[in-house]
Design a protein around this ligand. Structure first.
Ligand code: FE2
Ligand code: FE2
Length: 194
């Protein structure tokens, strides 16, 4: 495992800009910490965190090469939102190029930008670790860091609301998976109230 991790780190150093490489190390550490706290597999969480942005610095041509090669079709919103590409291409890359067979790791990477409804613990851990890693510095990061240690659900609610607000503010489209994730939490909250 240690050997593999070092191998992946060398690969990432070659593929990512310095800041993105540092971010990957920070997300890996944070995902491992959250896995320990919430009872998920720490090694899987670390690996998913380490590799989650592996294709982030690839250009458009490289992204679409991988989508075409593995016959991955994108919907209209996915085609128009460049920020979503690396979650899809990254999950394909770790599976097809690195030969990682663990579906939990692959799907955590796949949904780390949009989220979705019915997320697994590992998917939530990676999604949130990407918000609360040590290198992060955005307006609400302090609140997010407190919430992630209080409850995973509260943190998911905050992170999804934050993301949707940001997208609305920018006049950007919102991926249906993000809406589903948000609706699921809000509806659950409502039914808990009754
Ligand atoms: Fe990402
Ligand atoms: Fe990230």
């Amino acid at each position: 495992m240690e050997n593999k991790i070092n191998e992946y780190k060398d690969l990432l150093k070659g593929r990512l800009k310095e800041k993105r490489y540092y971010h990957s190390l920070c997300v890996a550490d944070e995902a491992k910490r959250l896995a320990k706290k919430y009872g998920a597999n720490e090694d899987k969480a670390y690996l998913a965190g380490l590799l989650h942005d592996i294709t982030k610095n690839d250009d458009k041509e490289t992204h679409f090469k991988i989508f075409n090669k593995y016959k991955y079709s994108l919907n209209e919103i996915e085609v128009s939102s460049q920020k979503l590409w690396h979650a899809m291409s990254g999950s394909i890359y770790v599976k097809e190029v690195l030969g990682i067979k663990d579906e939990e790791i692959i799907s955590a990477i796949r949904y780390h930008t949009t989220a979705k409804s019915s997320m697994t613990l590992l998917q939530k851990i990676l999604y949130l670790a990407d918000f609360t890693s040590l290198d992060r510095d955005y307006t609400d990061v302090d609140v997010m860091r407190i919430l992630v240690d209080v409850s995973m659900e509260k943190a998911m609610k905050y992170a999804l609301s934050y993301t949707i607000n940001e997208l609305v503010g920018k006049g950007a489209a919102i991926h249906p998976d993000t809406i589903s994730a948000y609706n699921e939490i809000m509806l659950k909250e409502k039914s808990d109230d009754i």
